[in-house]
Ligand binder design. Structure first.
Ligand code: HEC
Length: 113
């Protein structure tokens, strides 16, 4: 009986230790890159919606897509381009929420750095 209990406590401890360290690493990585809007993952949104034209590093340039590594736009202006589109770049206001657009706009500022 006592042995069983010990095993359970041990396994619980291992799970807790793994979960705990994973969590703190995640938080660190996110707060490094994205100061706000940490609830949504800008990188994941970028990889799902934007890489077809901009590429994984933002510099692929399919269909004349702007090289995001060279973008001089402020985050607010990027949010505007992503929300409303510009020329061949589609508008994302029907596809992404405002929070998601903010997160992905912030993520684009980290490309190539
Ligand atoms: C269909 C291809 C395509 C997709 C998909 C696409 N873009 Fe673009 N993007 C473009 C093109 C083309 C331009 C240049 C628009 C122009 O010439 O006015 C552009 C421009 C931009 C700019 C402006 C850069 C600058 O400095 O002027 C940003 C920011 C941007 N895209 C972000 C994104 C994000 C974030 C996503 C995903 C949510 C995305 N794009 C998805 C094609 C695309």
């Amino acid at each position: 009986m006592l042995k069983k209990l010990l095993v359970i406590v041990l396994i619980g401890g291992i799970i807790w230790a793994c979960g705990g360290s994973d969590n703190s690493q995640n938080k660190l990585a996110k707060s490094d890159k994205v100061a706000e809007a940490s609830a949504v993952d800008g990188k994941a949104i970028f990889q799902k919606n934007c890489v077809v034209c901009h590429g994984i590093n933002g510099d692929m340039g399919v269909n004349g897509a702007y090289n995001l590594q060279n973008s001089q736009l402020a985050v607010e202006e990027r949010i505007n381009v992503i929300t409303n589109g510009r020329n061949t770049m589609a508008a994302y206001k029907e596809i992404l929420s405002a929070d998601e657009i903010t997160a992905v706009a912030q993520y684009t500022t980290t490309l190539g750095k």
